[in-house]
Design a protein around this ligand. Structure first.
Ligand code: SAH
Ligand code: SF4
Ligand code: F3S
Length: 473
């Protein structure tokens, strides 16, 4: 594994992709013979946007093989779960949903069940599937995702059960077909994997070492999207700030933002996730000076206590984090900052937790994702003593939410009366148009559906803690 982290990127060889295109054609032939109309594939992705972006590629491959995508699980000819391993709850849901497919599989042996994604990179999951879920047809790990056509062919043509988990990691696959879920918002992965080994986190184990895509490939993908009318591009990576860190790379994340900002057209650029240890003043200055870069920073802090941060292996202090925020607000007074936080890390005391509450009060986040610590097999934190009960952690969790709620309410009410440029996205349950400000805050307003997919100026009339109500200008 380690030699890969020293390379810029390791692309899957062209011959391998040609082979997969041949398998795609073979699957198409089988499908045309077996089905009178296109079979239906139900794809569900769990977890982060990086996984959602993988899911769009899996969908693209299925479409090329002749499947129609469906939102209805019932009656699907193929069910694919692209899984997430970040917390126990995410994994429990997958096991529950796979178990629930058993009666349908018994009734229709031709229905195919496919499992992939982060969970499948763990040996204990593979063992559990073998023992308790033998009816699953195809299971494969992240680093062979591009071989879906081959796996499906071997299963459809030869009835072969697939269990494929090569140890190697570090590949980058360019040029996979992609089914984009939206016609105006697109994800672009810029880097894969993670080298940070935060002590609670499973990601480096399942996603492998950090590797960055070629900047040219990213710029070309963005140009194509803009020419197709996309209005929002979100750059993805577990730690985008360390994009292109290799000394020979010649393009760090700030430079990548500048190159994307130079693309002509009316669109905005978002990115996530930033890691405070790699977030530089240069990056914040670049955000401030690049007109197309949304003034939204997702900067997870995880804990406000220095001992806990050190045990988490986050490699920054509370002071450094707050200093970054101060600088960011000084160069972008309108900046909206969101964050992630973990409550109840092993050994955390109530006093230490109160440091998290006070950081939240100082930081003035627009919103925050709060998680209760979930022990992950094989991580360092899994073996740390964890004496605080789940109930107690639940009380801390609610205390933190209460305090963030008050802060968010002050923040959104300060926006009343101002006008923001909003990307109109969908129709809300109440029949209003729902859009997002550059700061990623949801705003609802009455308008015709035809505004969806365009930027409009919307004046804020009312704030409802987390979201805004407004009117078109
Ligand atoms: N790369 C991003 C985070 C990706 S995971 C970063 O470093 O910020 C998204 C969030 O899940 C993390 O920020 C963390 O708050 C939470 N998380 C990760 N592992 C967890 C665990 N074992 N228990 C609870 N929350 C966890
Ligand atoms: Fe996990 Fe830390 Fe990597 Fe984020 S930076 S993915 S929290 S190990
Ligand atoms: Fe989950 Fe894998 Fe993302 S563990 S959060 S889907 S990188």
């Amino acid at each position: 594994m380690s030699d890969i982290s020293n390379k810029i990127s390791v692309s899957v060889p062209a011959e391998e992709l040609i082979k997969q295109r041949e398998y795609t054609a073979l699957v198409r032939e089988i499908i045309e013979q077996r089905y009178s109309e296109s079979p239906k594939a139900f794809v569900h992705t769990y977890g982060c946007q990086g996984n959602v972006s993988d899911g769009e590629r899996l969908e693209g491959m299925l479409e090329e093989m002749g499947y129609d995508l469906t939102d209805e699980l019932e009656g699907a000819d193929l069910v694919l779960y692209n899984t997430c391993a970040i917390r126990e709850h995410a994994e429990d849901r997958v096991f529950g949903n796979v178990g629930a497919l058993k009666p349908a599989k018994n009734a229709n042996r031709d229905m195919k069940i496919v499992l992939c994604g982060c969970m499948m990179q763990q040996q204990w999951v593979v063992d559990k599937l073998k023992k308790s879920y033998p009816f699953v047809d195809i299971v494969f790990g992240i680093h062979v995702m591009h071989r879906l056509p081959e796996f499906l062919y071997l299963n459809l043509a030869r009835g072969k059960k697939i269990r494929e988990f090569p140890e190697h990691d570090g590949v980058i696959v360019e040029e996979l077909p992609v089914h984009r879920d939206s016609e105006f918002k697109a994800w672009i992965p810029v880097m894969y994997g993670c080298n940070n080994f935060c002590s609670y986190c499973i990601v480096p184990y399942v996603r492998g070492r950090e590797r960055s895509r070629d900047p040219e490939a990213i710029v070309e993908e963005a140009k194509l999207l803009v020419s197709q009318g996309y209005k929002e591009i979100t750059l993805l990576g577990q730690n985008v700030n360390s994009y292109g860190k290799h000394p020979d790379y010649g393009c760090n994340f700030s430079e990548l933002l500048r190159r994307l900002n130079d693309i002509e057209g009316d669109f905005i650029i978002r990115f996530m996730t930033s890691h405070p240890k790699d977030c530089t003043y240069e990056l914040l200055d670049t955000m401030a000076s690049c007109q197309k870069v949304a003034k939204h920073l997702h900067l997870p802090f995880q804990s406000g206590n220095n001992r806990v941060l050190s045990e988490m292996n986050r490699r920054y202090t509370r002071e450094k984090y707050l200093d970054l925020l101060n600088y960011a607000y000084s160069v972008m007074p309108d900046l909206s900052v969101t964050s992630d936080v973990i409550v109840g890390f092993p050994g955390e005391t109530y006093e230490e937790f109160l440091d998290t509450v006070s950081l939240v009060e100082e930081a003035k986040f627009t919103s925050m994702y709060t998680f209760i610590f979930s022990s992950r097999n094989g991580t360092k934190a899994a073996s740390m003593p964890d004496p605080i009960s789940r109930e107690e952690k639940g009380r801390w969790f609610r205390e933190l939410l209460d305090s963030q709620e008050k802060i968010a309410a002050v923040r959104t009410s300060s926006m009343v009366g101002k006008t923001y440029r909003v990307l109109c996205e969908s129709v809300s349950k109440g029949g209003l148009i729902e859009g997002r400000t550059g700061g990623n805050i949801i705003i609802e307003f009455p308008a015709d559906k035809s505004v969806i997919g365009s930027f409009r100026d919307v004046k804020v009339k009312e704030s409802l803690t987390w979201i805004l109500r407004g009117e078109l200008q």
